[in-house]
Each structure stands twice: as structure tokens, then as C-alpha cells.
Design a protein around this ligand. Structure first.
Ligand code: HEC
Length: 101
């Protein structure tokens, strides 16, 4: 019985760490320049969430070059990423989860 429990626990933590989530995408690609609620090199997710829609956020991540003027920036220094659709959805939802924080 004990062995069985241990196995379940191990399996659980394995599945958990293997699962991709918005926080992981954030930590992998964005953390160097954005923080959740504090100003870093780029604006905090809380202030992005306050003024952008999910579609706008996805568009910006996909192509800062074609979006920065529309967003009111004079230039862009953000890296252009090639994220999968899944990563894009996860990170956009993650950003939007900071709305009002
Ligand atoms: C090299 C630093 C850098 C990295 C890495 C970076 N950003 Fe940015 N980001 C910026 C800066 C600086 C801005 C402000 C405008 C600009 O320069 O494009 C910005 C702007 C944005 C905006 C638009 C802000 C607004 O006004 O609504 C979004 C959305 C965004 N970043 C998301 C992300 C996400 C998601 C990631 C990770 C996948 C990421 N950024 C990675 C530096 C970065």
C-alpha cells in the first residue's frame, strides 16, 4: 500500500512538471524583461492586462514590429518570438490573470 501511494505521488509530480503552463512560458521567455506587477525593462503584466485584449496581446508577442505603433510606442526593443499557438494562448491568459492586480 505504501509503495503504491509513493508511486502515485511520484507520477503526479512528474505529470505536473511535464505540463506546460503560462507561468513556464513566462519564465522561459519573458521574465528577463517583464515582471508580473512591477515595472522592469518592459511594462508589468498587470498594466498590460488592464488595457489590452487577448487578441492584442497575442498579436504583440507574435510581431512587436507591426504592433508597436498601434500600441503607442515610438520604437520596439522587444524580442520577436516564434511561440506555438498553445504557448501563445497560455502566456496571454497568464498575462490577463494579472488584471486588477
Ligand atoms: C528583450 C526584452 C523583452 C522580452 C524578452 C520580452 N519583452 Fe515584451 N516588451 C518589452 C518592452 C521593452 C516592451 C515595450 C514596447 C517595446 O519595446 O516593444 C514590451 C512590450 C510588450 C507588450 C505590449 C505592452 C503593452 O503596451 O500592452 C506585450 C503584450 C509583451 N511585451 C509581452 C511579452 C511576452 C509575453 C514576452 C515573453 C514571451 C515578452 N514580452 C518578452 C521587452 C521585452
Amino acid at each position: 500500500m505504501k509503495k503504491y501511494l509513493l508511486l502515485v505521488l511520484l507520477l503526479n509530480s512528474f505529470l505536473y512538471s511535464a505540463e506546460l503552463d503560462g507561468k513556464k512560458v513566462f519564465e522561459t521567455y519573458c521574465w528577463g524583461c517583464h515582471h508580473q506587477t512591477a515595472m522592469a525593462f518592459g511594462p508589468p503584466f498587470s498594466s498590460i492586462a488592464a488595457k489590452r485584449t487577448k487578441a492584442e496581446i497575442k498579436a504583440y508577442i507574435t510581431s512587436p514590429q507591426s504592433m508597436y505603433k498601434k500600441f503607442g510606442y515610438k520604437r520596439t526593443v522587444m524580442t520577436q518570438f516564434h511561440l506555438t499557438n498553445k504557448e501563445l494562448n497560455l502566456i496571454s491568459d497568464y498575462i490577463l490573470s494579472y488584471k486588477g492586480k
